[in-house]
Design a binder for this molecule. Structure first.
Ligand SMILES: Nc1nc2c(c(=O)[nH]1)N[C@H]1C(S)=C(S)[C@@H](COP(=O)(O)O)O[C@H]1N2
Ligand SMILES: [Mo]
Length: 524
């Protein structure tokens, strides 16, 4: 056997050992705790450690596919590391094993530093690592034997492929281990991963859940709020189409019957409330447009839904915040945090909800099942905590949160924005009467005016559809006589306080993008 094919086989052995490690860990995680799976824990650690600019870049480039990109990158890194470990163990034993143990220890560290982790969470990774070391050692031994026999056989010409020859026997010995380990780890690992991600049980609980009727029903959507224009954003976003942004590689799977929320910190009385108790309270239904601070001008990281929940201010009333408190630090099951101004949550004019329902169903798992926060007028990163389990009343001076630790502004009021939905960027259209249409929002303040400009002509005032409320986006349109040629369409909105969007582009960091959405079209 030549050196090159030896190296290739050794690299493959490394990859198989890694597969065994991961598969064993998945199986053990299945028994112990789904989130103790090392691959996801390392992924989550990477999410927490990458610098803010890189994270913003990834969200910018890949939007809601950011997690797939991360996992693919991680997979590639694992593949390369594994191949190197295989070759090392073959050429320079025991450095392959040393490498595998090192990587395993780093993964173990990643697992046990997760927010919900306990020390037993280390077990899957350590077990996997031991299995990987055994397979690595055995397979490398057999590869040596095969290589030796093959080289010897090559010296006695003709004997290479003779059945029963030493070369054939040792080759079979190697392949049995390699193929066996590879096949077993793929089958077992994939099955265990699927079951770990398995939200089956909780999905069943969710599907069986019957949400109570609201005590305060959302007023019916006004006639004329939804314009009949092809391509305009739906006034109410379907749950399936609703944007999703979070740091959770694996959606936290929470049994609603086990869920409780604690109100702690600077309060006269700490409170604990179960899901059942929450559902028994008089629930309020309200439309709120949610918005991500990472949304670029013209971006899609916003959606409007009908939420069902209990006003957070009423719970706070029970806990009685102490004077001097000015913030609520909310924490999710998986350790994500947000800081929300206390006065916003206590505002009697604003329905900040502990939400359990979204568009008539229980919250979808990826949107925070069983309970999340929804606060009109603030970006999601300072208010919309999904899978929420604790509200700590405190002070801004004492607390910081997930994104504010990473350079984003402590306060995050939504900025007045507008978006052209149709025609879409780069569209080719026929000359004649064309609708230019879209949505505009200034949550909790309201939209007063939307204007459109074509090719630097004077601004024209668009027709506004009826609003649902000041907490939701509002549709608008103008009719445009499109003439042949290339055109630039621009939009700007004015909120109910008379502030008009400024032209100057401002980046999303630290407190949200600014600028006019601009669309180029070609009229044929
Ligand atoms: N637990 C948790 N809640 C979270 C986040 C998160 O990463 N983890 N992201 C926040 C951000 S940045 C936004 S914009 C909204 C998005 O909510 P959605 O995914 O339901 O649209 O959730 C917020 N709540
Ligand atoms: Mo966000």
């Amino acid at each position: 056997m030549d050196r090159r094919s030896e190296t290739r086989w050794a690299a493959l052995v490394g990859v198989i050992s890694a597969a065994v490690t991961l598969a064993l860990a998945e199986v053990a995680a299945l028994v112990l705790a789904p989130a103790s799976s090392p691959l996801l824990a390392v992924g989550s650690l990477v999410i927490d450690l990458v610098p803010a600019w890189l994270k913003n870049l990834v969200i910018d480039l890949f939007g809601t596919a950011d997690k797939i990109v991360l996992l693919a990158t991680l997979g590639l890194v694992v593949l390369v590391l594994a191949a190197v470990i295989g070759v090392l163990e073959y050429r320079r034993p025991p450095f392959g094993i040393v490498g595998l143990v090192l990587v395993g220890l780093i993964a173990t560290l990643a697992v046990i530093t997760r927010a919900e982790a306990t020390t037993v969470w280390a077990v899957p990774t350590v077990l996997g690592m031991i299995g990987g070391v055994v397979v690595l050692r055995v397979a490398v031994d057999r590869l040596h034997r095969w290589s030796l026999a093959a080289t010897r056989a090559a010296e006695i010409r003709g004997a290479v492929s003779a059945p029963g020859s030493a070369a054939a026997v040792s080759r079979r010995g190697f392949l049995t281990v390699a193929v066996g380990a590879a096949a077993a780890s793929v089958v077992v690992g994939v099955a265990a991963r699927a079951m770990n991600a398995g939200t089956t049980a909780v999905n069943a609980v969710r599907a069986a859940l019957k949400l109570p009727a609201p005590a305060v029903v959302a007023p019916p959507i006004p006639v004329g709020a939804q314009l009949d224009i092809d391509g305009i954003s739906a006034l109410v976003t379907d749950n399936a189409d609703f944007y999703r942004i979070d740091t959770a590689l694996q959606v936290p799977v929470i049994d609603a019957n086990q869920w409780k929320l604690r109100i702690t910190g600077m309060v006269e009385e700490e409170i604990e409330i179960s899901f059942e108790e929450l559902l028994a309270l008089p629930l309020v239904e309200t439309y709120v447009t949610l918005m991500c601070v990472s949304n670029e001008v013209g971006g899609q990281l916003t959606g409007n839904a009908k939420w069902l929940g209990y006003p957070i201010r009423s719970l706070l009333e029970r806990a009685r915040p102490l004077s001097g408190a000015d913030v609520v630090l909310s924490t999710s099951q998986d350790g994500w945090t947000a800081t929300t101004p206390l006065e916003v949550l206590q505002d009697t004019e604003r329905n900040s909800l502990l939400a359990v329902g979204m568009n008539g169903e229980a919250l979808p798992l990826e949107h925070g099942f069983p309970v999340r926060m929804v606060v009109p007028g603030l970006y999601g990163y300072v208010s919309a905590t999904k899978w929420v389990v604790e509200l700590k009343v405190s002070t801004f001076a004492q607390e910081s949160a997930y994104w504010t630790d990473r350079g984003w502004s402590a306060k995050g009021p939504v900025k007045t924005s507008s978006r052209i939905d149709v025609p879409s960027f780069g569209a080719s259209i026929e000359p004649g009467t064309v609708a230019i249409a879209g949505v505009a929002w200034a949550q909790h303040v309201g939209i007063e005016r939307v204007e459109v400009r074509v090719d630097n002509d004077p601004w024209q005032e668009a027709t506004l559809a009826e609003p649902i409320s000041t907490d939701t986006w509002r549709q608008w349109f103008i009719e445009w006589e499109a003439t042949s040629g290339d055109h630039v369409l621009e939009v700007r909105a004015t909120n109910a306080e008379g502030d008009t969007q400024k032209e100057e582009r401002v980046d999303v960091i630290p407190d949200g993008a600014e600028g006019w959405h601009t669309v180029q079209v070609r009229v044929a």
